[in-house]
Design a protein around this ligand. Structure first.
Ligand SMILES: C[S@@+](CC[C@H](N)C(=O)[O-])C[C@H]1O[C@@H](n2cnc3c(N)ncnc32)[C@H](O)[C@@H]1O
Length: 301
């Protein structure tokens, strides 16, 4: 499966639209264009003077978004790039200030289903995890080459798995027998590491979820990229404009929360969401991917 046919429902779209006032001639930067779901929604508010600049590290996403946004009357500029360099790419378009920056972090359902991405533990795929294929290091490189302590630290720091040392030990034992090259192999090793005799507790998430999250964050430098985006935003935003970030785990959400708070302390932002906006039960039922989403919005003052 190449993931191109998987449907993507934009998360928290209605709640986001309720909070953001975008003028018809506004400039929106969709830092994670994905399937263009959120951009399509806001693009309908924009007139012929309006602009959407869409970024994505996945070139397939850029192609998908191009076809989804083709009927909008505003100008649409799509760039295969990392949002860590948002300022450089926006300024290259001759745009000095923008009215709205949106980052809907993580991955789309299509990417999870795409065997070429190697992100899923539900289906057996080559263990890759690079969303941007220009990156050099794959998850298989890390799993087969990192020493046991570094692996354990990575799984603990980015996956918040308290069994990180045990998982790392099992990985190192297994790779002595044969290299770990598929997501299926890795998922089986993690399950074995976490299996305790007589364990009765019902596990809510797949045992490999945290290890896979940790590797994906490491391979794609996700937290560093987010920090760079957050640091760049104030200079790009016009007064009274907005930044909105949808995150899917506490490591990302903490960075966003602290950045907004710090900027509010320096009278740069007014935080609109004192508590993060989360999906309703109905939204989660219709779109399970929304389950862990948290939306935070700030306004440049
Ligand atoms: C959840 S999807 C976005 C979905 C989109 N909001 C929509 O409604 O269709 C996240 C997207 O962000 C992209 N992405 C992840 N990290 C990125 C980064 N550092 N720079 C640019 N794009 C990134 C992924 O490739 C993916 O396409």
């Amino acid at each position: 499966m190449n993931g191109l046919t998987v449907e993507h429902i934009p998360v928290l779209a209605e709640k986001l639209a309720e909070q953001i006032n975008l003028p018809p001639d506004g400039v929106m930067v969709d830092a994670t264009i994905g399937h263009g779901g959120h951009s399509l929604l806001f693009g309908k508010i924009l007139g012929p003077e309006g602009v959407i600049v869409g970024l994505d590290v996945d070139n397939n996403a850029i192609c998908r978004a191009q076809s989804i946004l083709k009927d909008l009357i505003c100008k649409v500029i799509l760039i295969h790039s990392n949002f860590s360099q948002i300022t450089e790419y926006v300024r290259k378009q001759g745009i000095e200030k923008v009215d709205f920056i949106l980052a809907d972090l993580g991955i789309c359902s299509a990417q999870l289903a795409d065997a070429g991405m190697g992100l899923s533990f539900q289906t057996n795929m080559p263990l890759d995890m690079r969303i941007d294929k220009r990156l050099k290091t794959t998850a298989a490189d890390i799993v087969n080459k990192a020493d046991e302590k570094s692996l354990a630290d990575l799984i603990y720091n980015f996956g918040q798995d308290r069994a990180s040392r045990r998982i790392a030990r099992f990985i190192v034992q297994q790779r002595r027998q044969e290299p770990i090259t598929t997501t299926g192999q890795l998922a089986t090793i993690v399950c074995k590491a976490l299996k305790r005799p007589g364990q009765k507790r019902k596990i809510r998430i797949h045992p490999a979820t945290r290890t896979f999250q940790a590797l994906r964050i490491a391979v794609n430098n996700e937290l560093d990229n987010l920090e760079k985006l957050l640091a760049s935003a104030p200079d790009l935003l016009r007064n009274n404009s907005y930044i909105a970030v949808i995150s899917f785990h506490s490591l990302e959400d903490r960075l966003v929360k602290n950045n907004f708070k710090k900027n509010e302390g320096h009278s740069i932002y007014r935080v609109i969401t004192k508590k993060p906006i989360v999906p309703t039960r109905e939204e989660i039922a219709a779109n399970p991917r929304a389950r862990s989403a948290k939306l935070r919005i700030a306004q440049k003052v």
